[in-house]
Write a protein that binds this ligand. Structure first.
Ligand SMILES: *[C@@H]1O[C@H](CO)[C@@H](O)[C@H](O)[C@H]1NC(C)=O
Ligand SMILES: *[C@@H]1O[C@H](CO)[C@@H](O)[C@H](O)[C@H]1NC(C)=O
Ligand SMILES: *[C@@H]1O[C@H](CO)[C@@H](O)[C@H](O)[C@H]1NC(C)=O
Ligand SMILES: *[C@@H]1O[C@H](CO)[C@@H](O)[C@H](O)[C@H]1NC(C)=O
Ligand SMILES: *[C@@H]1O[C@H](CO)[C@@H](O)[C@H](O)[C@H]1NC(C)=O
Length: 500
C-alpha cells in the first residue's frame, strides 16, 4: 500500500526538480549540408591573395606559349617575405601562387621536367620560389595555396591523356609532399581554343589531393570544396547560396548564373570564391596600373559581402617584388575597410527579439563576434524579428548580417525597417535574400532610433550570429557607377584574353 504513494511522491519531486533545473536548452539541429572544417576555416579567412608570377612577368604576356627561354626568368630581388608581409598587413588569410601556369614553366625544381627554375638564372639555377614562399608563409602564420595549371603548352606529353595525367599527378605529388601544409589547391579547366583534345582525370586528381593534404580545399569550376563564382569581376550573385549540386556543374563549361547564385535546394556545401586581379592583367606588365582602392572596396562588398571569399591577384613585378603602386592601393583599401567596419554603431543599442529559444540564445549575442554565440528564436515561431533601440538616433548606410554557418545556411529572405517617429510607421529600408557567412548591404543614408530586422523566409529556424550597422562615407554615392566600370573593364579584359 505504501509503495505506490512513495513512488508518486518521488515522481513529483523528480518532475519539479526537472522543471527547476539549470540545464541549458540544447542547440537546434544543424541543417544539411554543412561545411567541413576546412571549408569553415577557408571562409572565415574572408580574403586570399593570388600571386601570378613566371616567365610571363618578363615577356609582357598573359598566356605564355611555353616556348619562352627559361633564361628570361630572372627576378634578381625576389623576396617572398615581402609578398607575405603585404598580404598579412592587408588582411589576407592566405596566399596562392601559380606554381605552374599554362606555359608549363615550374617555379619549383620539378624532377619531371627541365622547364623550370633550375634552367633559369634565378639563384644560379638552385632557386625554388615555392619553397621560399612556403617558408615565408609559415613564418608569418598565413596559409599557402598552389595553382598547378592543367593546360600545359610546353610539355610534349600534353595531348596524350594517360601520359599527361601521370605527369600532372607526379608534379602535384611533388607540390603536396615537399612544402609542408597546403591549404588550397586551385585548378581551372582552361584549355586554349583548338588545343589538343585530351581528358583530365579530375576525380583521380581530387582523391589524391585530399589524400596528400587532408587540410586543403580544392577550388575549381565545380568544387569539390570551393566553386568558381563564374566571372573574373569578383561579383557574386545578390542571392548566393553555399548550397550547390556538384553534379549540375561541369569543369570548363559552367552555367554562370548557377555558379553565381548557388542552389537553395542544393545537396552539397560548395561555397564560392571570387577571383579578380588588382590590375587589368593577371601577370605584371610595366605599363599597367592597379585599380583604385574604392573599386576594391566595391568588389569586397560584392564578394565577402555576398557570402564569398575575395581572391585578389597582386602580381609581383620582374624584380620579384610587389610594386609600390599596388602596395599603396592595398594600404588605402585596408584603411577604407578599417574606417568603415571598425565602428559598429549597433553596439550602443538595446537589443530585443520576437522570442528566444533559451537563455543562452538571447538577442544580445548578435553584438558578439564569433560563430558560437547567436540569437535563436523559439521553435515553431512564425515571426522572426530583432529590434534595436537607441537612446539617440543613429545615421548609417550599411548593414552587416551573419549566420552561424557551421549550423548550415538558412535564411532565404530578410529585410530591415526603421521606425519613423513622425508618422509612427515602420518603413522598409532594404530587402534582400540570402545571408550566409556575411551579408553587406548598402543603401542611401537613414537616420533612426529604432530598427527592426525581419527574417521573412528560412529553410529552418533562422539563427543570426552578428548584426552591424555602419556609416560608409566613401563608396555609397558612387556605388552604382563603380559597379558598371568594373564589369565593363572585365568584359574587355576577358575579350583580350580570348583574342590571344
Ligand atoms: C624582404 O622583405 C622583408 C619584408 O618587407 C624585409 O624585412 C627584408 O629586409 C627583405 N629582405 C631583403 C633581403 O631585402
Ligand atoms: C539539386 O539537387 C536536389 C536534390 O536532389 C534537387 O532537389 C534540386 O532540384 C537540384 N537542383 C537543380 C538546380 O537541379
Ligand atoms: C618592383 O617593385 C619594387 C618595390 O617593391 C621596386 O623597387 C622595383 O623597382 C620594381 N621593379 C620594377 C621592374 O618595376
Ligand atoms: C522584448 O520583447 C518581448 C517580446 O516581444 C517583450 O515581451 C519584452 O517585454 C521585451 N523586452 C524588453 C526589455 O523590451
Ligand atoms: C543605385 O541606383 C538605383 C536606381 O538606379 C537606386 O535605387 C539605388 O538607391 C542606387 N544605390 C545606391 C547605393 O546609390
Amino acid at each position: 500500500m505504501n509503495c505506490p504513494i512513495t513512488l508518486l511522491i518521488f515522481s513529483i519531486l523528480c518532475i519539479s526538480k526537472l522543471s527547476n533545473s539549470s540545464r541549458l536548452k540544447p542547440h537546434p539541429l544543424p541543417i544539411l549540408p554543412l561545411p567541413t572544417s576546412q571549408q569553415l576555416q577557408w571562409q572565415l579567412g574572408s580574403m586570399a591573395m593570388f600571386l601570378h608570377f613566371g616567365p610571363n612577368t618578363f615577356t609582357d604576356s598573359e598566356w605564355g606559349t611555353g616556348k619562352a627561354n627559361p633564361s628570361v626568368f630572372n627576378p634578381t630581388h625576389l623576396n617572398a617575405t615581402q609578398w607575405v608581409q603585404i598580404a598579412k598587413d592587408s588582411g589576407f588569410s592566405r596566399v596562392i601562387l601559380t606554381a605552374k601556369h599554362h606555359d608549363g614553366f615550374c617555379l619549383w625544381p620539378s624532377e619531371y621536367t627541365d622547364y623550370s627554375v633550375k634552367s633559369s638564372p634565378f639563384r644560379g639555377g638552385d632557386g625554388d620560389v615555392v619553397a621560399e614562399l612556403a617558408a615565408a608563409a609559415a613564418e608569418a602564420g598565413i596559409g599557402l595555396g598552389l595553382y598547378l595549371s592543367p593546360w600545359d603548352r610546353h610539355d610534349p606529353c600534353y595531348g596524350n591523356t594517360l601520359e599527361y595525367n601521370e605527369f600532372y599527378l607526379s608534379q602535384m605529388t611533388e607540390l603536396l609532399t615537399k612544402y609542408g601544409e597546403i591549404k588550397e589547391v586551385w585548378l581551372d579547366g582552361a584549355k586554349g581554343e583548338g588545343e589538343k583534345d585530351m581528358e583530365y582525370f579530375f576525380d583521380t586528381w581530387f582523391s589524391l589531393i585530399h589524400q596528400l593534404q587532408p587540410g586543403a580545399v580544392i577550388f575549381s569550376d565545380a568544387g569539390p570544396d570551393v566553386r568558381w563564382i563564374g566571372d573574373e569581376a569578383g561579383h557574386a550573385g545578390s542571392t548566393c547560396w553555399s548550397l550547390f549540386n556538384r553534379t549540375n556543374a561541369k569543369i570548363g563549361d559552367t552555367d554562370p548564373l548557377y555558379s553565381q547564385q548557388g542552389d537553395g535546394f542544393g545537396q552539397d556545401w560548395v561555397p564560392a570564391e571570387c577571383d579578380v586581379s588588382i590590375r587589368p592583367g593577371w601577370f605584371w606588365h610595366a605599363l599597367e596600373s592597379p585599380k583604385p582602392a574604392l573599386q576594391l572596396l566595391d568588389i569586397y562588398y560584392n564578394s565577402v559581402g555576398r557570402n564569398c571569399l575575395f581572391l585578389l591577384n597582386v602580381p609581383p613585378n620582374s624584380s620579384g617584388l610587389i610594386s609600390e603602386q599596388d602596395i599603396k592601393v592595398l594600404e588605402e583599401f585596408r584603411g577604407l575597410k578599417k574606417s568603415i567596419f571598425s565602428n559598429n554603431l549597433a553596439r550602443k543599442a538595446l537589443v530585443n527579439s520576437s522570442s528566444i529559444r533559451g537563455s543562452q540564445f538571447g538577442p544580445n549575442n548578435v553584438l558578439v563576434q564569433g560563430l558560437d554565440k547567436y540569437w535563436a528564436p523559439e521553435e515553431n515561431d512564425k515571426t522572426w524579428e530583432l529590434y534595436l533601440a537607441f537612446k539617440d538616433s543613429v545615421s548609417f548606410n550599411v548593414l552587416e548580417i551573419r549566420e552561424p554557418i557551421h549550423m548550415g545556411q538558412r535564411v532565404a529572405s530578410f529585410h530591415l525597417e526603421t521606425h519613423n517617429t513622425v508618422s509612427g510607421e515602420w518603413e522598409r529600408v532594404v530587402s534582400s535574400t540570402t545571408i550566409g557567412n556575411k551579408r553587406l548591404l548598402r543603401f542611401p543614408k537613414v537616420q533612426s532610433r529604432s530598427l527592426k530586422l525581419v527574417v521573412d523566409k528560412a529553410r529552418a529556424d533562422p539563427l543570426i550570429s552578428y548584426l552591424g550597422i555602419y556609416m560608409d562615407k566613401f563608396s555609397v554615392s558612387s556605388a552604382n557607377t563603380t559597379t558598371k566600370i568594373t564589369i565593363t573593364r572585365t568584359l574587355k579584359e576577358e575579350q583580350q584574353l580570348h583574342d590571344l
